[in-house]
Write a protein that binds this ligand. Structure first.
Ligand SMILES: Nc1nc2c(ncn2[C@@H]2O[C@H](COP(=O)(O)OP(=O)(O)OP(=O)(O)O)[C@@H](O)[C@H]2O)c(=O)[nH]1
Ligand SMILES: [Mg+2]
Length: 275
């Protein structure tokens, strides 16, 4: 058990180091990366289709990298916006890692890109632990998934800079309890902003884009209070679960994002620095 924990932490620490380097590199290229996480089918691609078109319409050239285990379906959908799009097939892996990102960002996206949307593999567990060099992490959940998902997936929701409740147009039909959901979010990530969106009606899409573009322009994203901790829930690729206590408490410092010994963060995707 201890060895599994050690190996796991070494993998995450290596990923964090690569992600910190990638964030600096993207910063140097003038690109802000936005990592979108949700369970399968919550509406990441549907929302991105709108965000790509609207970002371009507001004079901020976007690009999208979308990850799946199989098919290029999402890339095809996103490419209709006219934005540069890349499909990553993860070869069975349930999440994206910084090393994969780096490989895909060599010579891509085009130089004028200002915002890079990354659609992670549909999964609320594995992707949560991997920092991809993003500046903004958005976690989505749709109204049909159940109000308690934030407390059931505290790593994903606890490390979000912004939470999106998607498919708001179906809220009434689903009998969605907005107050219970808000309470559930507040328990794992106090103070995080929650936006309600619908890719059908367009509700909340401009508000979400406003938040993204503000971060592109240097606004500080909400800093998750769980930043700095390796949390207890995680399912491993090798098929079993175990828990480990927070191993260290080095919240990434917004003022000095690279102040951790070694110049890198020890955090899995947490407390992403403002730009
Ligand atoms: N009513 C409604 N349906 C939506 C909305 N957003 C997405 N959908 C539908 O939900 C289904 C899944 O949407 P996707 O955008 O493919 O979801 P995803 O999160 O990208 O899925 P994966 O990439 O497979 O994880 C599709 O049938 C969409 O048309 C929404 O706001 N309202
Ligand atoms: Mg998708």
């Amino acid at each position: 058990m201890c060895r599994v924990v050690d190996v796991r932490q070494a993998v995450l620490a290596r990923n964090d180091g690569l992600a910190a380097g990638l964030r600096r590199e993207l910063d140097g290229r003038g690109i802000t990366a936005v990592n979108l996480l949700s369970s399968p089918g919550s509406g990441k691609t549907a929302l991105l289709e709108l965000l790509l078109a609207r970002a371009a319409g507001r004079g901020v050239p976007p690009a999208a990298l979308t990850a799946d285990l199989a098919t290029e379906n999402d890339a095809r959908r996103l490419a209709r916006s006219g934005a540069p799009v890349k499909q990553v097939l993860t070869g069975g892996l349930c999440h994206l890692e910084a090393a994969q990102m780096r490989g895909h960002l060599e010579g891509w996206p085009p130089e004028d890109t200002r915002v890079l949307f990354v659609e992670n593999v549909g999964n609320l567990v594995c992707p949560a632990a991997y920092d991809l060099g993003e500046t903004l992490r958005v976690v989505l959940m749709s109204v049909t998934e159940g109000e308690d998902k934030p407390v059931k997936y505290p790593t994903a929701f606890g490390l979000a800079n912004l939470v999106v409740l998607s498919k708001a147009d179906l809220g009434e039909a689903a009998g969605f309890d907005g107050d219970a959901f808000a309470e559930s979010v507040e328990r794992v990530n106090p103070g995080v902003e929650v936006l309600h969106t619908s890719a059908r009606t367009g509700q909340g899409v401009d508000a979400l884009l406003d938040r993204v573009l503000a971060v592109c322009e240097g606004a500080r994203p909400h800093r998750p209070p769980l930043a700095g901790r390796h949390l207890s829930e995680h399912r491993h690729e090798h098929g079993h679960e175990h828990s480990h206590e927070p191993s260290h408490g080095h919240p990434r410092d917004h003022e000095h994002p690279h102040a951790h010994p070694g110049g890198e963060s020890a955090l899995p995707g947490a407390g992403l620095p403002a730009r």
